[in-house]
Write a protein that binds this ligand. Structure first.
Ligand SMILES: C[S@@+](CC[C@H](N)C(=O)[O-])C[C@H]1O[C@@H](n2cnc3c(N)ncnc32)[C@H](O)[C@@H]1O
Length: 264
């Protein structure tokens, strides 16, 4: 069967001008834009980001799909199955479908499940992924904190799935990006304080969105109702840079020998 092409398109973390040119081009050229909504009453964040940049496209279908926000498989499995069936109907009719996601489509995104299911459901289907600015890069950018440099190691932790290993992770990694923190803030703040990391931690919600918030005093907001789109970034900055630690002498010599006299 000749299926239409399936795209997973990341639309970035909030500001429409952070969408890539490719994302806009693909979304303006496909037959169907598949829009994942978490409930029947709220409009997808991804579409709120992309809608104005894409604008009206004659003949294009905007297909609203329901992906309820729960980890309960009794709810998610039938809902996701129904959504995938609706996408399948369009693909079988030879239509191209772009599934949009907030941030990057391969970073904690619903598109990952569709991408895995696609070759089983629609054998031989062509797929393409359009990468995007992710919370992984947006949050550090609004804080102005480097993610990693030189010898530093980075960990990404989905906090709502458990924090028991966090003390060990904080010892091993120089930068820790804690995702999905909204439901675990009180416990998270407790651990960060016990590990002496509170003054190295910053909370960011809605990075690059109109209501962006940055808070360096985590105790102030620990018991507030935090936004779903929120992260905590912990940066130790202890061994950063090629000029730090055991490479210092070599790097300094390299910089001195640079033909332009510039540090490398
Ligand atoms: C299901 S994941 C989606 C990640 C997304 N695909 C990406 O590339 O960033 C949702 C989590 O990502 C983080 N997140 C996504 N966008 C964010 C933003 N604009 N500001 C802060 N955190 C964000 C939050 O931790 C949120 O709970």
């Amino acid at each position: 069967m000749n299926y239409g092409k399936l795209y997973g398109v990341g639309v970035g973390t909030g500001s429409p001008d952070l969408m890539t040119v490719r994302a806009v081009n693909v979304l303006q050229s496909v037959d169907v834009i598949a829009i994942p909504n978490s409930s029947k009453h709220t409009k997808s964040v991804a579409w709120r980001i992309a809608g104005s940049a894409v604008g009206p496209v004659e003949g294009q279908e905007r297909l609203d799909l329901l992906f309820p926000m729960t980890k309960d498989p009794a709810i998610t499995v039938p809902a996701w199955n129904e959504a995938f069936n609706q996408i399948g109907e369009r693909l079988k009719a030879g239509k191209s479908v772009a599934f949009i996601t907030e941030g990057d489509p391969l970073f904690y995104s619903t598109y990952i499940y569709l991408h895995k299911a696609a070759p089983e459901r629609w054998p031989g289907i062509e797929t393409e992924i359009v990468p995007a600015v992710s919370s992984f890069t947006a949050v550090p950018s609004v804080i102005g904190a480097p993610i990693a440099d030189g010898q530093e190691r980075v960990a990404v932790v989905p906090a709502s799935y458990g924090l028991d290993e966090l003390p060990a992770i904080l010892k091993l990694f120089d930068t820790v990006l804690l995702m999905k923190v909204s439901s675990v803030m009180p416990r998270l703040v407790e651990i960060l304080e016990a590990e002496g990391m509170l003054d190295k931690s910053v909370y960011v919600s809605k990075a690059t969105m109109p209501l962006q918030m940055i808070e360096a005093d985590l105790k102030k907001i620990a018991n507030d109702k935090c936004d779903y789109f929120s992260m905590v970034m912990v940066s130790k900055g202890e061994r950063n840079g090629i000029l730090a630690g055991r490479f210092a002498d070599t790097a300094a010599a390299d910089a001195g020998n640079n033909a332009n006299g510039q540090a490398v």
